[in-house]
Design a protein around this ligand. Structure first.
Ligand SMILES: [Zn+2]
Ligand SMILES: [Zn+2]
Length: 368
């Protein structure tokens, strides 16, 4: 194993400050590598030329061989000589002895497709923490203890893998449009008198047509850490701000490789497109309502991009259940589910019942 260890070590990136040798980190407010110790700043190239749409079919038909196998390596820290074991598929880690951050850009090469671009963090930790504390403080139902988990060390700035897809779609649709009209109906009431009433009816008309739509940047999460619903809850991202991927952006941060591959990512995107197309066709078909809508879609010119996007993530365990709290690292949009305190809910229900009981009692006493 020592020879392979030597081979991987060459590809690891460390960012010591040229002025004082302390840790350089990517800083959202400056968009540079900054030294918190002596103030040295090092700009990062923010070119965009390597982010381009790639043909999906060509990639899926001819998958590239995986360049780096997933395995464990021993890394001997070049600052403190401590030995660290790390997996080749982990893009970022810190020396367990001296906490110096190490970036392993080769981690992405344990996957079929490497990220072309990255959206650098804009929201820094102080901002993320204050957003989190405001959100946690608002809840009426959450247990009081929850506030104690609003700590900086539980909020992690993480670059997660995402796929974006473009596609030209061409759909033939057919169905029945329902138009409401009012008809007069006659009936005999309980006293034997003939009465009339207005009744709403629906006239069905067959309709068909063609719908073409060019989808641009349908975004799908590539990490199993978050569900697609959780990811979508902090969309949108302004992807036009993405720059060429560079390991330097990961300095001092956490990153993940894709768990969901290109083919599965595309399936998820196609499901999103299919749903959008169905809704658009339903809109074209319907009058007051619609039924039996059938849509047949051809997808062509599919392209993809693989990007790393910034998220602040807080995962906390409350009564054996994991809760996620997310902040979009570019826009600051938040999403989270709070645990509900059973005690507070029971108290509220009892209060409501008490009020109802009082109203009934007052009404009854007034009526007598
Ligand atoms: Zn320094
Ligand atoms: Zn070390």
């Amino acid at each position: 194993m020592p020879d392979r260890t030597a081979a991987i070590k060459d590809t690891l990136e460390r960012y010591p400050c040229p002025g004082c040798n302390a840790q350089l980190s990517f800083v959202p407010s400056t968009q540079e590598l900054d030294c918190a110790h002596c103030g040295t700043r090092i700009p990062i190239d923010k070119g965009r030329d390597r982010i381009s749409e790639q043909a999906l079919r060509a990639q899926l038909d001819q998958p590239y061989p995986i360049a780096v196998p997933v395995t464990q390596y021993i890394y001997t820290c070049n600052r403190c000589s401590a030995s660290n074991t790390f997996s080749t598929e982990i893009p970022t880690f810190t020396c367990q002895a001296c906490q110096f951050a190490v970036v392993n850009p080769d981690a992405f090469r344990t996957r079929e497709v490497q990220p072309a671009g990255i959206l650098p963090f804009v929201v820094d930790q102080a901002e993320a923490l204050s957003t989190y504390q405001q959100w946690i403080g608002k809840g009426l139902w959450q247990p009081g203890k929850l506030k104690t988990v609003a700590r900086a060390d539980l909020l992690q700035g993480c670059y997660l893998p995402f796929w974006t897809f473009d596609a030209q779609t061409d759909s033939d649709w057919s169905g029945y449009a329902g138009t409401y009209y009012w008809d007069t109906e006659y009936y005999t009431d309980s006293e034997g008198k003939r009465q009339s009433r207005s009744v709403r009816k629906t006239r069905w008309t067959y309709r068909s047509g063609n719908y073409r739509h060019l989808f641009d940047d349908v975004l799908v999460g590539g990490s199993n850490l978050l569900s697609q619903e959780e990811c979508a809850a902090v969309f949108p991202f302004d992807l036009s701000a993405a720059v060429n991927f560079s390991a330097a952006f990961l300095a001092g941060w956490i990153a993940d490789v894709a768990d969901i591959g290109l083919a599965d990512g595309y399936s998820l995107a196609e499901a999103i497109m299919k749903q959008d197309i169905y809704e658009a066709c339903a809109h074209l078909c319907r009058d007051d309502e619609y039924r039996d809508l059938e849509v047949e879609t051809r997808y062509t010119d599919q392209t993809y991009k693989h990007l790393l996007l910034p998220l602040w993530i807080c995962s906390y365990l409350y009564k054996q259940k994991t809760y996620h709290f997310l902040i979009n690292g570019q826009t600051g949009k938040i999403y989270g589910k709070k645990p509900v305190s059973a005690g507070k809910v029971v108290l509220a229900i009892l209060l409501v019942l008490l009020v109802i009981l009082l109203i009934v009692l007052i009404a009854n006493s007034g009526g007598e």
